[in-house]
Design a protein around this ligand. Structure first.
Ligand code: GAF
Length: 399
């Protein structure tokens, strides 16, 4: 990912302005691109994301008054509360906190609970100052939120000496997102951000949370992942995301299963007979998408990355026609990338805006970028932001 921003310097400077001192350390976590497996995570299904080379950095220092203060490049006004007051704020009074600050404060809240569950005295945890800076685009569907959660969780895990595993930290991040922010999301983004590995995808079973790190081999195959950020902003705490989730739960209930993960494509004829058309199409997306994830991982291993192109295309069609979460901008991005020679393309993330990805030969990137710009201008859409991302390591201490 190419960007002029330097989040490490920004976090350092912001921390200095806030405290007049140097932090005790820096922790970082990446955003993610989901290669395939959309809206399957909260249905107990399969996903196959990778962590990207855009990261959020948390610069952290301790304080001895039991308070937490957060500041970020999203909003220069610091937010400060007593750690002990977090229990009263979340989830019911989250509206008292400005939205961006609910992510880091929500993680602190969730980790205090995790500390208690591990037999620690939550009131003995030290106060902290945290400065956050990021070069993960916000609102692009690249999970800038999981990057904030992962960086904050990693930092607090270390300074509070909680010894929680990356999966525990991902679960704390999801809890913050669901209850402190109010977005009814699944676990995919936090798992990808915590567990990502350079040049590899995270094949995740969202029921067992079992992870398989699968080499992607894009560079060796001469391929790039192009992100086409439509700049149509999305938010999962409002609107269509929750409605899709409800339709999936309704479908599972009608079919008498715990989650849509328990259905296979052969069950779809019965599903069609039992439910209304909209619910059926939501179910069909999830059931066929789970199968596409399994097929993508198998084909990637057997034949390499070029073999998954048709599955990426089919995934987009399913989200456009059955799950109805695409937008005209995303459809145009996908169609243009494919016409420019992409191996496969699809929208990525929760939908209703955000970004599409295209798996494309390195030497076609420039032309595809120009063609997207021309197509967006011709359609009267605002300019897209087009850049490449590379599969990268997950959350870590950075010094
Ligand atoms: C968003 C959510 F945060 C994820 O949990 C997942 O459901 C995704 O949308 C859709 O696959 O990124």
């Amino acid at each position: 990912m190419t960007t002029a921003a330097t989040p490490r310097t920004d976090a350092h400077d912001l921390f200095g302005e806030l405290t007049g001192a140097a932090p005790v350390g820096y922790w970082s976590a990446p955003g993610r691109v989901n290669l395939i497996g959309e809206h399957t995570d909260y249905n107990d299904g399969f996903v196959f994301p990778f962590a990207i080379d855009g990261r959020t950095i948390a610069a952290l220092g301790t304080r001895d008054d039991g308070r937490i203060r957060v500041v970020s490049t999203f909003d220069p006004v610091p937010v400060e509360v007593a750690l002990a007051d977090l229990d009263a704020l979340f989830p019911h009074h989250r509206d008292e906190i400005v939205e961006w600050a609910r992510y880091p404060l929500g993680v602190a809240w969730a980790l205090r609970d995790a500390a208690r569950a591990a037999g620690r005295d939550a009131d003995a945890l030290t106060g902290v100052d945290i400065a956050l800076a990021s070069d993960v685009p916000v609102g692009a569907g690249l999970s800038s939120s999981a990057a904030i959660e992962g960086a904050t969780a990693s930092a607090l895990n270390d300074v509070w000496q909680l010894s929680l595993s990356p999966v525990d930290l991902a679960q704390a991040g999801r809890r913050a997102e669901n209850l402190a922010v109010g977005a009814p999301t699944g676990i995919m983004d936090q798992m990808a951000s915590m567990l990502g590995r350079a040049d590899a995808g995270i094949f995740l079973d969202c029921r067992s949370l079992e992870v398989d790190v699968v080499p992607l081999g894009f560079a060796d195959a001469g391929l790039e992942v192009l992100v086409i950020d439509t700049r149509v902003s999305h938010a999962h705490s409002t609107g269509g995301y929750g409605e899709r989730r409800e339709a999936c739960e309704r479908g599972a209930q009608i079919m008498g299963v715990a989650a849509l993960r328990d259905l296979v494509p052969a069950d779809l004829d019965r599903a069609r007979a039992l439910m209304d058309d909209v619910t059926f199409r939501r179910v069909r997306h999830v059931v066929t998408e789970d199968q596409r994830v399994l097929d993508a991982v198998r084909l990637l291993r057997a034949e390499g990355p070029r073999a998954i192109g048709a599955l990426l295309d089919a995934s987009h069609a399913s989200m456009r026609d059955d799950f109805e979460i695409s937008t005209p901008e995303l459809d145009l991005a996908v169609a243009t990338a494919r016409a420019a020679g992409a191996v496969g393309a699809r929208m990525t993330g929760g939908g209703f805006g955000g970004a599409a990805i295209a798996l494309i030969d390195r030497e076609l990137v420039e032309e595809a970028t120009a063609r997207v710009a021309a197509a967006f201008a011709a359609a009267g859409f605002g300019a897209a932001h087009v850049f490449t991302v590379h599969p990268s390591d997950g959350a870590r201490r950075d010094g």
